[in-house]
Design a protein. Structure first.
Length: 366
């Protein structure tokens, strides 16, 4: 078997495509197998089968989150005794998710159908397939969970009710909005139910419009619209955390921005960050306690992908560690996936991931 595909029926693009598995299987044909994985629990058994059948390519059909879970589960499977001598196959993301920053970063264009068609044609014709290697980010820490709970990523913060315990947390990722403005931004995108470029622009506009009201006595004026009274206050609420960059501890714990990545990202063509992360062997951190006004003044720089100014560090690092400084636990967003109830977390350069740079081929729709 050459190609192993996992398709996530819960991703936004697949929720109404009830014949998704059949369609993708018809494209890969006898060169591969397509398996639907409705939950993270279902991924490991599938990846074990792919490894036993020597699949050279692992393909995730979904957004950045689908790739994230495939790599996270793949890392854990490769540590099992049966597979310790195996290495991670080429991992291919596909477009059609919310942001698709990994696919865009390496130059993959087209949807899953066209990319799989291109991959199949290349294999059948014996063409060489270009590989792009990118740094991943190893994320390790401590998670607080209820006994008997599993895969807590869908649980909202503050939802722990029963007896809790601390367990090791470990995953691979490429970019994290670990606290402050970036993490609040993703919360607003989830509330909006849409991750398009227009949603990004809308959140930025509401933040700017709300700032002079929400952050002043005007918020108490009777009849003030809720979006003006509260939106910016939600967005600029700091994350209380002790943050250490390499060997340097940040002096403040009221962090309005905690972000780190192992690759540059482009959010819907509206904002660009982490340009220094494309240098091999280093992460790019944007961390600090900029004031709300400083953040707003940096919006043009975010659009242009320039270095942030103000009370913020915007530059390279080898490692970033954060630990909750108050009663509220951390809730980092890693590759668009929420991980609530984290006590502490360390980000460092992880293993390099090989991605096939496939040219998408148009597929006739049934």
């Amino acid at each position: 078997m050459e190609i192993g595909v996992i398709t996530n029926p819960n991703s936004r693009k697949n929720q109404r495509k009830h014949d998704r598995t059949r369609v993708l299987q018809s494209i890969v044909g006898d060169l591969g197998k397509v398996v639907q994985t409705p939950s993270p629990d279902a991924i490991k058994p599938v990846l074990r089968e792919f490894l036993r059948r020597r699949a050279r390519f692992w393909v995730s059909d979904g957004g950045d989150g689908a790739l994230h879970w495939m790599l996270r589960m793949g890392m854990e499977v490769l540590e099992e005794d049966e597979f310790r001598h195996h290495s991670l196959p080429l991992a291919m993301p596909t477009n059609g998710g919310s942001i698709d920053f990994v696919a865009h970063n390496v130059g993959l264009r087209g949807d899953a159908e066209s990319l799989l068609s291109g991959l199949r044609r290349a294999l059948e014709s014996g063409q060489s397939i270009e590989e792009v290697e990118v740094d991943s980010m190893l994320c390790e820490g401590i998670e607080v969970t209820e006994e008997g709970d599993d895969f807590r990523s869908s649980r909202p913060r503050g939802a722990l009710r029963g007896k809790t315990t601390e367990i090791p947390f470990r995953t691979l990722g490429f970019a994290a909005a670990a606290g402050g403005i970036g993490q609040r931004f993703f919360e607003k995108m989830v509330e909006a139910g849409s991750h398009t470029s227009s949603t990004i622009v809308s959140i930025v506009a509401k933040t700017v419009a709300s700032y002079p009201v929400a952050m002043s006595p005007l918020s108490h004026v009777p009849g003030m619209p809720p979006v003006l009274r509260q939106f910016a206050r939600d967005m600029f609420r700091p994350t209380l955390a002790h943050v250490c960059l390499d060997d340097r501890m940040l002096p403040r714990v009221d962090c309005t921005g905690i972000h780190v990545a192992s690759m540059s990202i482009d959010l819907g063509g509206v904002m660009r960050f982490f340009g220094l992360a494309d240098e091999p062997g280093q992460l790019h951190a944007i961390v600090g306690s900029p004031t709300p006004l400083q953040i707003i003044r940096n919006i043009p720089r975010m659009y242009l992908g320039k270095q942030m100014k103000g009370d913020v560090y915007d530059g390279p690092c080898r490692q970033m560690t954060m630990k909750a400084a108050g009663e509220e636990l951390l809730a980092p967003v890693i590759d668009g996936e929420f991980y609530p109830n984290i006590r502490e977390l360390t980000f460092k350069v992880g293993p390099r991931v090989r991605i096939p740079k496939v040219v998408g081929r148009k597929v006739a729709r049934a």
